[in-house]
Design a protein around this ligand. Structure first.
Ligand code: AMP
Length: 198
């Protein structure tokens, strides 16, 4: 069986969480979302959760070594052997190096990086809507603007790194949910990646 190893990237409010779940399901791989892992630890009151609460609330990044260790553990689990979809990691070039080292040691690499392209104004509008609906503690105005700034200064540069490897699919992230999902499917299938579900 061929494994499918994906990363979905986009600014906060680009819909990457929602699309990531749909794409992972279609390609038969688990979603590995660092944001979800941190939030679950906060909710469960674990030691890690206590360590990262203030960082998430401010919209800052958890230290790279802590985050990379969590991802290495998660990707070492059996269900990730046949592939995975990373959401929210790597988020800067240091984390790209960590992931490269980990996957490289296993003779693996990412097959595709889905970049959801959404203008900043649209992202802010979508996050504001989610804040009203879900009440995430890091969806305050200050934390949102901090997260978007970090995206532009730290995360956007990883697109160039992966772009140089020829694995980035830039997807127009404006449209209906279904339209955007179809665009992603088309791009991944054009790379020869095979869906297991409709
Ligand atoms: P997300 O759900 O991806 O928007 O992540 C929510 C928060 O979790 C971020 O604002 C960061 O505080 C933290 N976080 C998630 N992924 C990472 C990462 N790769 N590196 C550092 N911090 C992260």
């Amino acid at each position: 069986m061929t494994a499918t190893r994906l990363l979905i990237v986009g600014p906060q409010g680009s819909g990457k969480g929602t699309q990531g779940v749909l794409v992972a399901e279609a390609f038969g791989v688990p979603v590995v979302s660092t944001g979800d892992i941190f939030r679950a630890n906060i909710k469960d009151g674990t030691e890690l959760g206590r360590k990262v609460t203030a960082i998430l609330d401010a919209g800052d990044l958890v230290p790279d070594e802590v985050t990379s260790e969590i991802v290495r553990d998660r990707l070492s689990q059996d269900d990730a052997a046949a592939g995975f979809l990373l959401d929210g990691y790597p988020r800067n070039t240091v984390q790209v190096d960590h992931l490269d080292a980990f996957l490289g040691a296993r003779g693996e690499g990412l097959d595709a990086v889905v970049l959801l392209d959404v203008p900043r104004r649209e992202s802010i509008a979508r996050i504001a809507k989610r804040a009203a609906e879900q009440g995430r503690s890091d969806d305050t105005e200050e934390a949102i603007s901090n997260r978007l700034d970090i995206y532009e200064s730290e995360t956007a540069p990883i697109i160039d790194v992966y772009g140089a490897r020829g694995i980035v699919d830039r997807i127009d992230g404006v449209g209906t949910l279904d339209e955007i999902t179809e665009r992603i499917f088309a791009a991944l299938e054009a790379r020869g990646l095979v869906r297991v579900a409709a």
